[in-house]
Design a protein around this ligand. Structure first.
Ligand SMILES: *[C@@H]1O[C@H](CO)[C@@H](O)[C@H](O)[C@H]1NC(C)=O
Ligand SMILES: *[C@@H]1O[C@H](CO)[C@@H](O)[C@H](O)[C@H]1NC(C)=O
Ligand SMILES: *[C@@H]1O[C@H](CO)[C@@H](O)[C@H](O)[C@H]1NC(C)=O
Ligand SMILES: *[C@@H]1O[C@H](CO)[C@@H](O)[C@H](O)[C@H]1NC(C)=O
Ligand SMILES: *[C@@H]1O[C@H](CO)[C@@H](O)[C@H](O)[C@H]1NC(C)=O
Ligand SMILES: *[C@@H]1O[C@H](CO)[C@@H](O)[C@H](O)[C@H]1NC(C)=O
Length: 934
């Protein structure tokens, strides 16, 4: 067991020798099981594309780790499936139950569906079952109860329903039951009380009902019970036995529908956090002769507690968070409240929240506490103290109606230690504490780094806490950076050791920090703080192989090794690298519908990417025009710059996404190139150039403008409603709308949001919305800018700006004037039509006005005031229909007018003479620039 094949350089060499010198063979039953699994999986990125043939172990299938050959026949067995964040869908195959030697089953953070097969009950060697962050449904099979060696079940954040089977009494080795955020129902089985090793019961955010079984208290090793947000029976109470769990550190039962009284908690000797808030508990706060001395947090808020605050609470030296708000507690606040060591300390944010009670008075020392320390004290809603009408001149009486005292979702960025190596590569780890034993973190950050570095066997200098953020739970989300020591990068075995330490939960449990989740593990530098060129490009190279694929990691390791050591690896390693690279570029593994080009082909098509072929430049790199197939096909090629390369995983996701998007008003993806460390996207070439250039340079009649508006609106509508998953463009603007030779509008650059460098948490939390505001000034939804919440209405806003450009000919922002504000103020002044491009001012005012009103409504400040994209399309069609007979050249729907239609109106003296017109583009000399996708 100690000597699994290491996935790393060492492993490679081993494999190499094995292939040549022995005839090791994967147990055929194991091979069949994986083949069956491959058939039930969906693998949109081709992450498992080397799962071919009958030899998973010898052929080093992605994510498959095997035991060393056993027995005279040299048979190897699969011991580990390591498929963390591989973007996998599909279901488990029952055949996986035949992997008799499997110890680690890790499919965390994919989007797998279906249920957990009952055959998993046959995986008698299973140690970790890690299924969190998927879309699994169905029930927990009772058969799992026979896995007596199982240490950990993590099914959190799925849609698993049904009860927790009483058969789990057979999980005699289990320590961690992490089943939060599912749809489990039934009651908490009393059998869990028999489990000798159980430390964590996390079943918060489910639909558990029934009663809390007193027998749970018999489990001898319990550290955390977290049951928040369940719906226990309306007369469910907290069993008195639970007050005697002498090992317990945390008891959290917020919003569980509990009634009755709070039992004596004096027996919870080690307790640190007690949260019984948002229930209907009655009676007094127990005056435990001895409250647990290590209590740091007490939350009894939003109950119906009465009586007085017991003096024993004031004696707690570690207490830093006490909230009793919204009860009917009366009497005088004991004079010792706030005298504890933690409250008296100068550092750390602390809370005493007694709002909305019937308290009579408090000691002056408590008022002093508020002014001398970081302690927040709240008495609002206690009429005897703050007066019947709230005396707002007293700072202690200012009400705070935020039901959560912890400020969720605000990021705290830590100071970067000054001694960090600026040119080193580092690993970025997405990490989350899912049941912390504290309520304020600011006093614990150094202790946390100590804890983690010792758990990882790194020095404290190597572990950097970059930032953290409280999330609902409460859970604490963090970004952690790991730095190499005495070198510029991690070697492969160290990289692998660190990954394994995290993903196999080898970091010891902490009494303070509680259980953690691994959310991402990227050998990627952060696109931040003016990092040196060298560091960025090295990171970019590393970025090619993000995705935590073992295969990819290996390549990364070798590339980084070469980049930084500037030494040649041994010929054997080079041969292996070559072999892996070939595997990665296997030409059979194309994304359906698009062509995989080699670097060579595209280089030839563009005269070695010559300056003459360059037709554009964007944030991510340059755009070239190229001729493929001996000049028979003209294409536009977006070539990512080193700093903008994405992980292979993301790159393929994007291509796969784009390849499935087909609409006549969207620019077609022809192919891509992922070769020689380059990433390129190949599009159809649009000879008509961008809408922006046309508006600036060539006159267009109103019907043409209407047709372009309608065409682009239809393209965007398709992205919002027909693409699967829906795509929000995020960067709609006149220069992203291209015209073909017949002036049919096609929207470009959709789905490319991820081509730009990504922020810390990007991609680490599935389904999240980017918190980085991207877009072009002048086009950006003000609501998105403020809230960072991206919706379809953000695109509607940007499209409204395009409509304004179409009708006025102006730029979104010109000479400091914003087209939206300008139109709005003229509209208010009743001079809307003064904005219309003089070139089309002779068209019917009703048509122009209707167009303009639609544009303005798209640009409403509040998203809910904007139309949806389908309403926009409908309105544009309506304008076309209503005014068709007034418009020249038989305007109909979006059929392109004949090529001659533009010639109807000759550009006589085409000048735009607004006072604020900035459209005197020098670009307009001669022909329209043929700029392809940005
Ligand atoms: C098993 O491997 C050994 C070397 O490790 C080799 O000598 C032996 O022939 C192999 N047996 C079979 C059946 O392949
Ligand atoms: C493996 O599992 C499947 C389904 O659970 C079963 O049908 C099959 O016969 C099993 N045994 C072997 C040797 O593949
Ligand atoms: C709770 O109420 C139900 C009926 O509504 C009753 O049958 C049950 O005995 C009660 N349980 C407790 C613990 O009071
Ligand atoms: C309280 O915490 C301290 C420090 O973590 C620990 O040493 C002590 O044993 C704890 N007390 C109890 C009663 O568990
Ligand atoms: C808390 O108490 C205040 C004042 O009595 C009341 O207005 C508010 O609705 C209460 N909040 C909850 C969640 O019960
Ligand atoms: C920790 O690292 C040191 C050297 O960095 C090494 O000597 C020691 O064996 C390691 N310990 C463990 C438990 O890995």
């Amino acid at each position: 067991m100690a000597c699994f094949w290491r996935v790393g350089t060492l492993g490679l060499v081993l494999v190499f020798h094995l292939l040549i010198q022995t005839e090791a063979i994967t147990n055929p039953v194991d091979a069949r099981a994986l083949q069956a699994f491959y058939r039930t999986l969906e693998d949109p990125d081709g992450a498992l594309r080397n799962w071919q043939g009958n030899h998973p172990c010898e052929d080093m299938w992605e994510g498959v780790i095997c035991s060393p050959p056993q027995g005279p026949s040299n048979v190897t067995f699969v011991t580990e499936l390591r498929l963390f964040m591989h973007n996998l869908g599909g279901t488990f195959a029952p055949e996986l139950g035949n992997l008799t030697q499997l110890q680690y089953l890790d499919v965390m953070w994919n989007h797998m569906t279906g249920s957990i097969p009952s055959t998993f009950g046959k995986l008698t060697n299973l140690y970790l079952l890690l299924l969190n962050g998927n879309r699994f449904t169905g029930i927990l099979p009772p058969e799992l109860g026979s896995l007596s060696g199982l240490n950990r079940i993590q099914i959190d954040e799925n849609q698993i329903s049904g009860p927790i089977p009483p058969e789990f009494a057979g999980l005699t080795s289990i320590q961690h039951l992490h089943m939060n955020n599912n749809s489990l129902n039934g009651s908490l089985p009393r059998e869990l009380g028999t489990l000798p090793n159980l430390v964590h019961i996390l079943v918060d955010n489910n639909n558990l009902n029934g009663y809390l079984p007193p027998e749970i208290a018999n489990a001898p090793s319990l550290l955390v019970i977290q049951l928040d947000n369940n719906k226990f029976a309306s007369n469910a109470t907290i069993p008195t036995t639970w007050g005697n769990i002498s090992t317990l550190l945390k008891l959290s039962m917020r919003n569980c529908g509990l009634m009755g009284t709070i039992p004596d908690v004096g027996g919870l000797q080690k307790l640190e956090v007690l949260d019984l808030s948002h229930n209907t508990l009655t009676g007094n706060i127990p005056n435990a002769s001895a409250f647990p001395t290590n209590l740091t947090s007490i939350d009894f808020s939003y109950n119906q507690l009465s009586g007085q605050i017991p003096e024993s609470i004031g004696t707690l030296q570690m207490l830093e968070y006490l909230t009793l708000r919204n009860n009917t507690i009366g009497g005088v606040v004991p004079s010792n409240l706030g005298t504890g060591r933690a409250f008296q300390g100068k550092t750390g944010s602390k809370v005493i929240d007694l709002q909305n009670n019937q308290l009579m008075n408090f000691s002056s020392s408590l008022a002093a506490l508020a002014s001398n320390t970081n302690t927040v004290i709240r008495f609002a809603g206690n009429p005897a103290i703050c007066g019947p009408n709230q005396d707002l001149t007293n700072p202690l009486c200012i009400p705070n109606n935020d039901p959560f005292i912890v400020p969720y979702d605000s990021t705290v960025t830590m100071e970067t230690p000054p001694n960090l190596c600026q040119t080193c590569d580092f690993i970025t780890v997405g990490y989350r504490l899912k049941s912390p034993g504290f309520s304020t973190f600011d006093r614990l950050d150094k202790q946390f780094v100590d804890y983690l570095s010792s758990g990882l066997n790194l020095t404290q200098n190597q572990v950097v806490l970059k930032n953290y953020m409280w999330q609902h739970g409460p859970r604490l989300l963090m970004t952690i950076l790991l730095y190499p020591e005495n070198s510029n990068s991690f070697n492969q075995s160290e990289f692998d050791r660190l990954y394994t330490t995290f993903s196999q939960w080898r970091i010891p449990d902490s009494e303070v920090f509680g259980p953690y989740e691994l959310l991402s593990f990227d050998p990627r530098t952060l696109p931040t703080d003016g990092a040196s060129k060298k560091r960025l490009s090295a990171g970019a190279i590393a970025g090619i192989v993000v995705g935590a694929s073992v295969l990819a990691m290996l390549v990364t390791g070798l590339i980084l090794y070469m980049v930084h050591r500037k030494r040649q690896p041994s010929p054997a390693l080079m041969a292996q690298l070559e072999r892996l690279n070939r595997m990665k570029r296997n030409p059979d593994l194309k994304v359906a519908g698009v062509t995989a080009f080699s670097f060579e082909e595209l280089s030839q098509a563009t005269n070695n990417f010559s300056d003459e072929n360059q037709i554009g430049q964007g944030g991510y790199g340059k755009v070239y025009v190229g001729d493929l197939k001996d000049g028979k096909q003209r294409v536009a090629i977006k070539r990512a710059e080193q700093g903008s390369l994405q992980g292979a995983h993301e790159f393929y996701t994007e291509i796969e996404l784009l390849s499935r998007v087909h609409h006549r008003n969207l620019v077609i993806l022809v192919g891509y190139c992922d070769d020689e460390g380059e990433q390129m996207l190949v599009y159809e070439y649009m000879s008509g150039g961008t809408l922006r250039d046309h508006l600036s340079c060539t006159p267009m009649d109103f019907p043409t403008r209407l047709r372009i508006a309608l065409g682009s609106a239809r393209g965007i509508l398709y992205l919002h409603t027909e693409a699967n998953p829906p795509i929000y463009h995020r960067d709609i603007k006149a220069s992203n709308i291209l015209l073909d030779s017949r002036k049919v509008a096609k929207v470009a650059d959709f789905g490319l949001s991820r081509l730009a460098p990504v922020p810390d948490f990007e991609g680490t939390t599935p389904g999240h919305v980017s918190t980085v505001v991207k877009g072009t000034p002048g086009y950006m939804d003000p609501e998105y800018f403020l809230t960072h919440k991206l919706t379809d209405k953000s695109d509607v806003y940007s499209f409204g700006v395009v409509l304004l450009e179409l009708i006025t000919g102006l730029h979104a922002i010109s000479k400091g004037k914003n087209i939206v504000r300008e139109t709005h103020s003229r509209m208010v002044a009743g001079q809307m039509l003064s904005m219309v491009d003089p070139y089309i001012a002779n068209y019917p005012a009703e048509a122009l006005e209707a167009f303009m009103r639609l544009a303005v409504s798209c640009c409403s400040n509040l998203p809910e005031d904007r139309p949806t994209m389908s309403e926009v399309v409908r309105d544009l069609e309506e304008i076309g229909r209503r005014f068709a007979d007034m418009l020249p050249e038989g305007y109909s729907k979006d059929t392109p007018s004949s090529a001659s239609s533009d010639a109807l109106i000759q550009p006589r003296n085409y000048t735009k003479n607004y006072p604020d017109n900035a459209d005197t583009s020098e670009l307009c000399s001669g022909t329209v620039m043929h700029v392809a996708p940005r």
